[in-house]
Write a protein that binds this ligand. Sequence first.
Ligand SMILES: Cc1cc2nc3c(=O)[nH]c(=O)nc-3n(C[C@H](O)[C@H](O)[C@H](O)COP(=O)(O)OP(=O)(O)OC[C@H]3O[C@@H](n4cnc5c(N)ncnc54)[C@H](O)[C@@H]3O)c2cc1C
Length: 601
Amino acid sequence: MEATEKDILRGGQFLVKETNCEDVFTLEDLSEEQKMMRESTKEFVDRELWAHWERFEKKDYAYTEETMRKAGELGLLSVAVPESYGGMGMGFVSTMLVCDYISGATGSFSTAFGAHTGIGTMPITLYGTEAQKQKYVPKLASGEWFGAYCLTEPGAGSDANSGKTKAVLSEDGKYYSITGQKMWISNAGFCSLFIVFARIEDDKNITGFIVENDPSNGISLGDEEKKLGIHSSSTRQVFFNETKVPVENMLSDRGNGFKIAMNALNVGRIKLAAACLDAQRRVIGEAAKYANERIQFKTPIVNFGAIKSKLATMATNCYADESAAYRAAKNIEDRIAMREAAGNTHQEAELKGVEEYAIECSILKVAVSEDVQSTADEGIQIFGGMGFSADTPMESAWRDARISRIYEGTNEINRMLAVGMLVKKAMKGHVDLLGPATKVGEELMGIPSFETPDFSELFAEEKDLLKRLKKVFLMVAGSAVQKYGPELENHQQLMLAASDILIEIYMAESAILRTEKNAKRSGEATQATQIAMSKLYLYNATETIIQKGKEAIVSFAEGDEQRMMLMGLKRFTKYTNNPNVVALRTQIADKVAADNGYTFD
Ligand SMILES: Cc1cc2nc3c(=O)[nH]c(=O)nc-3n(C[C@H](O)[C@H](O)[C@H](O)COP(=O)(O)OP(=O)(O)OC[C@H]3O[C@@H](n4cnc5c(N)ncnc54)[C@H](O)[C@@H]3O)c2cc1C
């Protein structure tokens, strides 16, 4: 049955509407076809990438290009491309799946893959004219051509609309002449096509262009950047010197470039989150194997509580990340289908579908990129001195993970975007924050209930707590909006604290809903570790929310208001039965150790 508008939560609505576990998509819901695709992606990765990770570390750019071509031959570059342009036209979840499992071996390949299939191809599939799509997309889908995306400039990074690259229309009106300097361009060294953003005259907004890579047309490259990680991902400056681009290669309309850039980044962000998942699984697997084998004090180090605590936290974060990433991916897929059913073209539907969940895309980008980093960091620690050695894969995993917090919009920018977009949606009436925030305010003035609720059912207490954590966000953000109005965006530290609360709520809820769904259909006994991970994640999330909530409240509220909000914070974050955190961690770590890795996907 087609999903209808009523069935699917709008972006950001998770905060004010309850979601039934049956309504979330989980990795356990993959179709047979999707599972097969996952297997063939994993086989490709093990054979072509993981077996050669040293080549990626030795800056073997040619090997990245070679493996990208092989990925093209296997159709892995074309999953998101509609069939009419030579692709497989698979749904959003399937495209996430490939992004996820193709990224576990090395950040060099996953960056090349992401830059090509995402920001290098998507602007054309999403905004291109029919002629542009027919001309370029089949070549990009097959891997005959590779794409790169030129937005960043030396003076225009996070402030992406401030670029100085110019596009000047020729006197005969037939072409634009592009001049400017682009920086940090992934795939620059081997791409055939650039998506370039440039300004026409003194336009407020930049314009997008499709530019074929032809050195005889004023295009030259800087040297390969010397980078901390992703050593075999080609990253170079690109110089355009009066590069002639036919007018028909303008993407969308004049001045629409900033919008294109931002929408391409929305897709890029959720796909980047996916690309940080299998990297975590791989690190957990290697760490578990090492911890089982490494003997100190006459015992495998995995038996030490200190190591168990790390393995448990790594697995728990990965589980929550997977849960949230696939939940959002299916929301996007359903919304695209809904819009197509309502008469939108696939192109319009995809654009609007992803835009709707831009908040979730930012949340995921931040949360998963930070988890892959902390997981790799603890991976090094589990390996001890060997973790610091470039001969083990922990060191490169740590260096490769670092970039994910910077590109596709830094995590600071994405944190602020998530809250900023939510407030805008509330103002437009798309998400009713004001009603629930007012209710929370009234609740704060009222007398709390002293009834002891019945928490006997699975997750009854956790779901009750989640509802209250949402109230923390509404209380903090609601009061901050009331106090500062549109000026709130200038109070960045408050925005960041609110964002952390928002992020933790989404991640914790996603893990719980996934486990609840699976426990209902296959029995609680099959989900013992997943239940433990969901509970542990929520506990950790609550601790973060207490800290961030307090930080915000003591910084913008005073006197009685502050006292009342701090009391609210206490009430909304209280457990009736505190979980035994050490027991949960031990249970999770024992399973990871017994399975020699992460086996919950
Ligand atoms: C390896 C690599 C590959 C890349 N690939 C590409 C690519 O293919 N195409 C492309 O176009 N770009 C690419 N980039 C560029 C990347 O997207 C930018 O580096 C990123 O957007 C940040 O811009 P910046 O480096 O200029 O940092 P800045 O914008 O100068 O930011 C510096 C710091 O200030 C913070 N900051 C900036 N503005 C604000 C603000 N308003 N409020 C609060 N904090 C702020 C940032 O969060 C950051 O911590 C790549 C970068 C790297 C390193």
